[in-house]
Design a protein around this ligand. Structure first.
Ligand code: KIV
Length: 277
């Protein structure tokens, strides 16, 4: 494993060489340190932090200030991963000028390397303007959680030829607009494979099958930290939530029964000094 900083050129080269690209979310300093030290290529400060860190029911309420707060924490930790930050809902839809200004804040104030935004062909002019301002943009197609209501809920997208064609065209438009990568969420594996073969930029899948150029998961899902809901596409490598609860219960019992703190956890003072009190 190297400590070399991941670059846009290296990500593209990985696609060309058929080397898989890894992406994982992180939202705080401690988690980002572990993710980066594990050698993950790209670290996403996803607006999924609205669900797993802030307890919202969706990503819609997440604000610029909340995202920037987490970006600063993550970027203090990351030495080699390429940092991507989600632009929150309504930070890029109102006008292209506002989108460019807000994207710039993630680089200037959040220390990120790039931004990600959701949306299809209609977002191509916005993506192009942000890229022209010198800010790398990652697209996000398929199930776009910020507009899930418009999609009829959290459902697999692109299952019929017409909607699949729309996603394929959108991917090409985003590539043409200058996006450096596109995340595909919850689309059929065969559609993801076809788009991946037709694009020159890397594709990253989450519920999009094995043929994307890389994969992304939410940190809390991979580690089994979030018990509210586990999507079908998640592979849980640990079930940390029950282990953490057991450890906390053990701590409670130790305090209540006087087992903690033990002699090894105390600071002592000379007896003579105590008597002078
Ligand atoms: O917000 C997020 O974590 C994401 C991933 C699911 C791709 O956008």
């Amino acid at each position: 494993m190297t400590n070399e900083k991941m670059t846009l050129a290296r990500l593209k080269q990985k696609k060309m060489n058929g080397e898989k690209i890894t992406m994982l979310t992180a939202y705080d300093y401690s988690a980002a340190t572990l993710v980066d030290q594990a050698g993950i290529d790209t670290i996403l400060i996803g607006d999924s932090l609205g669900n797993v860190m802030l307890g919202y029911n969706s990503t819609v309420p997440v604000t610029m200030d909340e995202m920037l707060h987490h970006c600063r924490a993550v970027s203090r930790a990351v030495k080699s991963g390429f940092i991507i930050c989600d632009m929150p809902f309504m930070s890029y839809q109102v006008s292209i000028e506002k989108a460019v200004e807000n994207a710039g804040r993630f680089l200037k104030e959040g220390n990120c390397d790039s931004v990600k935004l959701e949306g299809g062909s209609e977002m191509a002019p916005t993506v192009n303007a942000i890229v022209k301002a010198g800010i790398p943009v990652c697209g996000h197609l398929g199930l776009t959680p910020q507009t899930a209501t418009m999609l009829g809920g959290y459902k697999v997208q692109g299952k019929d030829a017409a909607s699949a064609r729309k996603i394929l065209h959108a991917a090409k438009d985003l590539e043409e607009a200058g996006a450096f990568m596109i995340v595909f969420e919850c689309i059929p594996d065969s559609l993801a494979a076809r788009i991946t073969a037709e694009l020159n930029i890397p594709t990253i899948g989450i519920g999009a099958g094995p043929d994307c150029d890389g994969q992304v998961l939410v940190y809390h899902d991979l580690l089994g930290l979030y018990e509210k809901f586990t999507p079908k596409f998640v592979k849980q490598y640990l079930k940390l939530a029950p282990m953490i609860k057991d450890a906390i219960k053990q701590y409670k019992t130790d305090v209540e029964t006087g087992q903690f703190p033990g002699p090894e956890h105390v600071f002592s003072m000379d007896k003579g000094e105590v008597e002078k009190l």
